[in-house]
Ligand binder design. Sequence first.
Ligand code: HPA
Length: 314
Amino acid sequence: SDTPITFESITESADGLKSILPPGFVPEIGIICGSGLSALQQAVKGPRYEVPYSKIKGFPISTVHGHAGILVFGFIGSSNTPVVLMNGRAHYYEGNTLQSSTFPIRVLSLLGMRTCIITNAAGGLEPAYNVGDIVVINDHINFPGLAGVNPLRGPNLDQFGPRFIALSDAYDLELRRVAHLAWGELSKEMPRKMAMHEGVYAFVGGPNYETRAECRMLSKLGADLVGMSTVPEIIVARHCGVRVLALSLVTNSAVLDPGPRGDDLKLAGVGVNVLHGALDEGKANHEEVLETSRNAAEGIKASCLGLNPFPKDL
Ligand code: HPA
């Protein structure tokens, strides 16, 4: 996975896909399914063409449970917009470089993707968020990126975009507006009240979930959500000039409580703390993340469908 990504290798993958897709099929929209959100693919109408990542040269394979590894081509919404859905993504913590884990974005941009809807499962830091809520990401903090771990590091791929790119406009205002409008319509019919918020996503390397102190730090620094994906893809999409809508599903609440301390333990005598929550209270785990996202996939699927007729005015 350390072989440098070149324009030639990206072109080769894109040409391989073009040769198996119906002539003239141009997926204008790309959707990336986050953990447990593969049910989003039910929103893709036929005729569908499915291609496993293993058949596409250069595509990184996801090893994470809950990530399938298949591209689904088809049509979405009432205007039958051609779409490609990535069911499964490769993460940095799996050992991929950021360049190789974002390789699919570049391939899809060569296929004609103009807009990308990126979804993820994330931990909620903002106390107003409830598990099951959806957050439209309006900004991010890229922790690895601030230290130089960035998918754009290395020789610039001039064919896609310039060396230095702005990210102050990364989160497309018009797409966010459409998402909120669609949500407003959909939430009228929702059996139980889920909320849609806007917030700042902090990208961390993973794979461990954050400590309590890290959660408090992230929160103090202005993050509303924390997760292990999405930001590298957004950066590369923006380098390719692709418009981005990023949606987080809050699958768990990050633990901000400092936890049992020495003085509590003394007070309690036998190691049962009295002032703070127990150590395993609210502990993040992948099963909870998957369960929450499977339950919420219906709502997210509906909101992807609700995003039409937005393709018309792109
Ligand atoms: N932290 C990081 N990534 C995550 C979390 C979390 O709490 N939940 C889902 N993905």
